[in-house]
Design a protein around this ligand. Structure first.
Ligand code: FES
Ligand code: FES
Length: 162
């Protein structure tokens, strides 16, 4: 017999509820129960950052959080960033710097970098590098991603985002 719980939470600004098994992760809740697949399953062990989401203003690995612990929380996934000027600046800068290659790490990077720009609007390269140290990328060598994050901060400061 598997135990289930009813949970209520805010997801990308919308009130949601779900009945979840006590053993499933927030990542399974998002991908398998709700069908939001922008948050990626990489390692499932808290090592790669592909599943990065924001929970109550903190960046967390969705694979490490139990779905039942989402009860009462405010959650933002990559899908919830579409109207965010910081995310738009990042998208433009990622494309301009060639920071998206296979794209698998990109949603987690976008969530993490958007979260960074919310607290530090103009990060330098060292700050950007530190912010993404929990997000693995097998393609870019990281430098392009760091440059893109710095560029996004500069573009926002200059009011230079389309
Ligand atoms: S899938 Fe969560 S950290 Fe890798
Ligand atoms: S672009 Fe391929 S893993 Fe980062």
């Amino acid at each position: 017999m598997s135990l289930t719980h009813e949970i209520r939470f805010t997801l990308n600004g919308v009130q949601r509820s779900a009945t979840v098994g006590i053993e499933i992760s927030a990542l399974q809740l998002l991908r398998d129960v709700i069908g939001l697949t922008g948050t990626k399953y990489g390692c499932g062990e808290g090592e790669c950052g592909a599943c990065t989401i924001i929970v109550d203003g903190r960046s967390v690995n969705a694979c490490l959080q139990f779905a039942v612990d989402c009860d009462g929380r405010e959650i933002t996934t990559v899908e919830g960033l579409s109207g965010d000027a910081r995310a738009q600046a990042l998208q433009q800068a990622f494309v301009a710097h060639g920071a998206v290659q296979c794209g698998f790490c990109t949603p987690g990077m976008m969530v993490q970098a958007t979260h960074l720009l919310a607290s530090q609007p103009r990060p330098d390269a060292a700050v950007a590098k530190r912010a993404i140290e929990g997000n693995l990328c097998r393609c870019t060598g990281y430098q392009k991603i760091v440059e893109a994050i710095v560029q996004a901060g500069e573009s926002l400061a200059a009011g230079d985002v389309a």
